[in-house]
Write a protein that binds this ligand. Structure first.
Ligand code: PMV
Length: 397
């Protein structure tokens, strides 16, 4: 067990193109968005393990000795084992949660216990530590907040338990793990995601681990050769939606009008491929103005297709109109029906335009972040190298 504290961060994700079409075997492009989750792990000698998640109001402590006495043999040692429904039930029992609990606070605690007990049980005694997690990502908005949480937990616990080396030992302000260690982090994070989501696709944790951009089709994930570096506005309309219901509606529409909807899905596939091609041409100097124009046209066409699939929403129309009035192009990202949208910021768009757009979006009641896509994946930091605001948030925990 390491004696020093660790500070880890992992990004959220947005889908650039291919949402819904991906459910029907088409290509989607998922990219890391530079809104991050931060985790601080501090080894302790007080015989306790504690978890603080201020974004969702979680504050829990356990006696290590009590956890040690519990029969955790149901967590298979050795390999990265997928949590079975029985294991999740046992964890609920351990945490003292009711059987039918499914609130985000409960699920986040269960994922922590699962990863702490599974990774920590390989030590001679379970480690005493404090874990605090704080996020810039809103929860439940389709931005991969639970995956970023699981990736941070897996990376920090594996490093603290010396299952993987601490890459910061070589100096520097921030560092990333070697490829084989990232693969290990990703596998454990996927299991943490499974505790929270049941049967996730694995895209969110992969993007959060690797960063950059991933092409995703029929369960196959391929990192894009050149991770794009694009500026965007990310807007949360705050309109709640159910991914499950929206996916089901698209399926019904496809069954009802196969000759109309199937070509739309093919066209969305072609949009993802064209976008991938353009991003692949990106150089150190970024994209040329005419390449930005192509990206904008792709955004507009896909947004219309998504509307034709029936996953639009008046709030998303409003987002497109408000940004369109400033000469900017937007589309929904993720499931639609409300939720989030992205707006591409060309390099020639001045800060006054960006500020005016952000203000106009805020006055619609939307949350808006100016951020970048193609962000680095899970990283470990020297506390002093972090932004003052993030340091302050973490110190307050
Ligand atoms: O908003 P999210 O992250 O739940 O996006 C869902 C993306 C869909 O393509 C609509 C569904 C899926 O499973 O790929």
């Amino acid at each position: 067990m390491l004696s020093e504290g660790l500070l880890v961060s992992a990004p959220g994700k947005v889908i650039l193109h291919g949402e819904h079409a991906v459910v029907h075997g088409k290509v989607a492009l998922a990219v890391a968005v530079n809104l991050r989750t931060f985790l601080r792990l501090q080894p302790r000698n007080n015989g306790k393990v504690s978890l603080r998640l201020p974004n969702i109001g979680v504050k829990r402590d356990w006696e290590v000795a009590k956890l040690q006495q519990l029969d955790t043999s149901f967590l298979e040692p050795g390999d990265v084992a997928a949590p079975t429904p029985e294991q999740v039930e046992k964890l609920k029992e351990m945490a003292g949660f009711p059987e039918d609990c499914k609130g985000s606070e409960h699920l986040a605690v269960l994922a922590f216990l699962y990863l702490y007990l599974s990774i920590g049980r390989k030590q001679s005694t379970l480690p005493s530590l404090d874990v605090s997690v704080w996020s810039e990502l809103p929860t439940g908005a389709g931005l991969g907040s639970s995956a970023a949480y699981a990736v941070c937990l897996a990376a920090a616990l594996l490093t603290a338990c010396e299952e993987i080396p601490n890459p910061l030992r070589d100096g520097g302000h921030a560092s990333r793990w070697a490829t084989e260690d990232l693969e290990f982090i990703n596998k454990w994070a996927f299991q943490g995601e499974r505790v929270i989501h049941g049967n996730p696709s694995g895209v969110d944790n992969a993007v959060s681990t690797w960063g950059g951009a991933l092409r995703y089709q029929r369960g196959q994930m391929t990192p894009l050769q050149r991770p794009p570096a694009l500026k965007i506005l990310l807007t949360n309309t705050q309109v709640p939606r159910s991914t499950k219901a929206l996916v089901a509606n698209v399926r019904s529409r496809l069954i009802k009008f196969p000759k109309i909807v199937a070509p739309l899905l093919d066209s969305m596939d072609a949009i993802s491929l064209e976008c991938e091609r353009v991003l692949g041409e990106m150089t150190e100097a970024g994209l040329a103005p005419e390449q930005y124009l192509i990206l904008e046209e792709l955004i507009d066409m896909n947004q219309h297709h998504l509307n034709a699939l029936g996953v639009g929403h008046t709030s998303l129309d409003q987002l497109c109109q408000v940004t369109g009035a400033q000469g900017l192009h937007s589309k929904l990202t993720g499931a639609g029906g409300g939720g989030c949208g992205i707006t591409l910021l060309r390099p020639d768009v001045g800060q006054p335009t960006v500020e005016a757009t952000k203000q106009a979006l805020a006055s619609c009641g939307f949350d808006c972040w100016e951020t970048s896509i193609g962000a680095p994946g899970v990283s470990i930091h020297q506390a002093a190298s972090l932004d003052a605001a993030i340091r302050q948030a973490l110190n307050g925990l």
